[in-house]
Design a protein around this ligand. Sequence first.
Ligand code: CP
Ligand code: NVA
Length: 304
Amino acid sequence: MVRHFLDIHRLSAEDLRAILDDAHARKQARRGWPQGRPDADAPARDRVLAMVFEKNSTRTRFSFDAAIRQLGGSSIIANAGDMQLGRGEPVEDTARVLSRMVDAVMIRANSHEDVERFARVSTVPVINGLTDRSHPCQILADLLTIEEHLGPVAGRTLAWVGDGNNVCHSFMHAAPKFGFRLQVACPGEYHPDLRDLAIGGGHVHLTGDPREAVEGADVVVTDTWVSMGDKDYEARLEAFEGYTVDDDLMAAANPDAVFLHCLPAHRGEEVTDDVIDGPRSLVWDEAENRIHAQKAVLAWCFSD
Ligand code: CP
Ligand code: NVA
């Protein structure tokens, strides 16, 4: 079986825990090393990772590139618009061709279904680098960050305040797998997809009140109100009034609660400068942890 990393809920809790433990261990092992020096085990030695981007990216692009180098491999990066994909070559034909040329493919796509179609015919591992539906790699980096600062995430309470979007969905997928509670506050019309809510099951509590969501929370998370591909900017700004994570909202969470944001942030919209630049914010560790989390995902994909 090819080891695709398409969504958190598609992996067993044991595999997910092992990936997160590997991310912790790999980070610990290389404190202070130059970014280009490979890890001692170099589990991707001689492997080539293709990265295909239909949408913009800073963190995903750079962290995967650094990650594959640190695992001993190399990368080929392309924007989908520069490929024949951009002129209508079928996703499946692209997958068949890339499978003959590289050892794994990371895709950031507009449509989640396109990544599923790619994976159905790919004979090499496919990694979801964000779709309109989910962002599983981000959540592993976030859990790594939480555990570094608070210890095991199992039994903790996390609050999601804002759009019920792709990142929110992946947090919901992770809640039952890692055993944490997720309290989600969204305006009614921007609630999460009900299919993803169902995957979170009893671990997810949905409300329309940000203060209710952060009550008892050890971690407060938000994301942009307007994701890539969303067209209704003005309507969203109006709908999300009262959802800004500011010092008042953080004060309603647990006293030692930390703040996460996958970035890029829209300061003054979903979060204030005081919070994102304040002492409870872990956003820069979170961004760095994309490298360590991605390495653990790639090592898992290559260890079949
Ligand atoms: N958080 C995240 O995925 O960032 P990029 O869009 O910059 O990759
Ligand atoms: N929800 C955001 C995440 C960006 C990393 C988006 O999809 O644009």
